[in-house]
Design a protein. Sequence first.
Length: 302
Amino acid sequence: MICMPGKCQVYATDIAHLMAISPPHTVLEAYIDIPFNVWLSIILILTYGCAIRNRGLLLLVVLGLSTTIVVFDKTSTVGEMTKIMCELPLGLGSVLAFLVANRSFQTRFLSAFMTYVNFAVYGNIGMMVGTPADGTLRGMCSKATCAVLFIWIVQQGHRAGWKTIVLHDDLFVFTAASKSWIFAHAIYRFVLLTLPCFGSGRRHRLLELYSLTLTFALSSRSNLPFEYCFGMADTLVVPAVAGWSAIATTFNLIPRDAVNNDLLSNRIGTNADAYLSAVSLAVAIFACFKIASAPRRGLRGV
């Protein structure tokens, strides 16, 4: 949205007016799809429990959910459907299938699975550079930030000799992403999801909170370093959000989160665009510093 003369004052007045006359629930609803996220929280708790105690059951749920979406979802575009399938059966499903296999199978095919995961991880991050900017400054800045984050995580993978996975009895453990990269990526993705191409973003607003919280939970339970658990956590959270969103929309369980110009969350003017752009650029500058200061050999950075 372009802030034309006289409209910035109107926008500020709208915010003040909304805050003054609306109850906290209404104000929060402008930014977050509350019913969607309440159910998503329950889904993630159940997903976490299954991931720890019964990965076979979770795999069956993922396959059943994927089949249901393919058969009944008539609203998603080809691109949206492709993304869901990449995240659910090909992403989370493949990780769970590997985890439920016996140790001899895991040991034998670890190299092949590692190649598959590396291709998926680096490819997914790299492709996000192509996210449409939609004429926004933060969109252009996000492209630059994404490129730098991509270089940074590739650098970490290279320093690890592309041996990015270690076998674990319970978890998918990706070791080639430092804690600082994880938090930088969380800030970048928060800004990214405010872009117009993601709609109002009300369903995805808490994505980073869910991902980081689940990372902490997995780390606490397994006694593994926080950064080693991020891969598993994000692999659980992102498909859960995509799958629940598709199911909720397909069966009209929750109204579709379409773009609504009357929502306050869609009124990102030039000032807010500039602030979010600055945040994104700060992440890029930090990433550049970490890339330049990384040791050529030795231990991986934090």
